[in-house]
Design a protein around this ligand. Structure first.
Ligand SMILES: C[S@@+](CC[C@H](N)C(=O)[O-])C[C@H]1O[C@@H](n2cnc3c(N)ncnc32)[C@H](O)[C@@H]1O
Length: 270
């Protein structure tokens, strides 16, 4: 795998990814609001991971909408499915399916959602073309992608501290994660996918941790940087924590670590 597309092993870290869900919940709430779902809607959540924002939407509508979440990683799909069973939710299911090759017919869904998935697709344009194909005419979508590297402090910290310590093929995937964040990149992809009626807007939300230690525990426990850590010895790992701690100092406020992150939201209709 190239450094450009050096994503975490989503299959392996599935349950642990949930540690990040409270921190990105504001983005899900904004997407759900922008989607304007209504009772009776048939909705697809692309790259649905461990189930969000699809599960929140299902809880809100309590069986009055039908939702299908699709994700390329089996482990993520299983984790999402387990939540459906555990909570006895109705009208929602999850399937293993790459966004680039959806098996649904044309004009199937009233609404489409995608939080922090498109930029990670192997082929983002194909994924957006597929999203458009399965939307009904007039169907609405709401999606979020990360913005530019300088607006993502935590990713920049990881990139800076690892880049000279691990081989290039293990560098944190900053280019891929921010690949749709530059000026007009998302607009251009949406346009090329066939959408003509859409808006792209910038938004900022905060990662809010009790302390730097709390943040660091989440990074370690979630295994989001597992392959990078695994390439280091114990002493190097400790030095990494200290280095990131120095970057984080600027974001400490009354002991809490509050880190703004920027994302782009696209909303529109087919
Ligand atoms: C950052 S996670 C976001 C998960 C979820 N949407 C959320 O916001 O909690 C990115 C997800 O994209 C999935 N993914 C990456 N490439 C994909 C593709 N080509 N098709 C479908 N899912 C993909 C990964 O498996 C992972 O679950």
């Amino acid at each position: 795998m190239s450094a450009e597309n050096n994503q975490p092993d989503w299959d392996a870290i599935a349950e642990k990814f949930d540690l990040w869900l409270p921190h990105i919940a504001p983005v899900g709430a904004s997407l759900i609001q922008a989607l304007r779902a209504q009772a009776g809607d048939h909705i697809i959540d692309l790259a649905s991971g461990t189930g969000e924002p699809a599960l929140t939407l299902a809880r809100q509508f309590n069986g009055a909408v039908t939702i299908v979440g699709v994700d390329a990683a089996e482990g993520m799909v299983r984790a999402a499915h387990n939540k459906v069973i555990q909570e006895k939710l109705s009208g929602i299911e999850f399937k293993k399916m790459p966004a680039e090759t959806l098996t649904f017919g044309d004009n199937t869904f009233d609404k489409a959602l995608c939080r922090f998935g498109v930029m990670l697709f192997e082929d983002p344009l194909k994924g957006l073309q597929e999203m458009r194909r399965v939307l009904k005419p007039g169907g609405r979508f709401a999606l979020a992608v990360w913005s530019t590297p300088e607006t993502m402090p935590t990713l920049c910290w990881s990139y800076k501290v690892f880049k000279d310590k691990v081989p290039e093929e293990q560098h944190p995937p900053i280019a891929k994660v921010t690949s749709m964040g530059g000026p007009d990149v998302l607009d251009d992809h949406l346009y090329r996918a066939g959408f003509t009626n859409f808006q792209v807007t910038k938004h900022i939300f905060n990662y809010d941790f009790k302390s730097f230690g709390d943040y660091w525990d989440t990074v370690e426990a979630s295994d989001i940087l597992k392959q990078q850590y695994d390439a280091l010895d114990t002493k190097e790992r400790e030095s990494i924590r200290d280095e990131v701690g120095r970057f984080a100092k600027d974001f400490i406020n009354n002991g809490r670590l509050i880190i703004p992150h920027e994302y782009l939201m696209a909303t529109g209709t087919k």
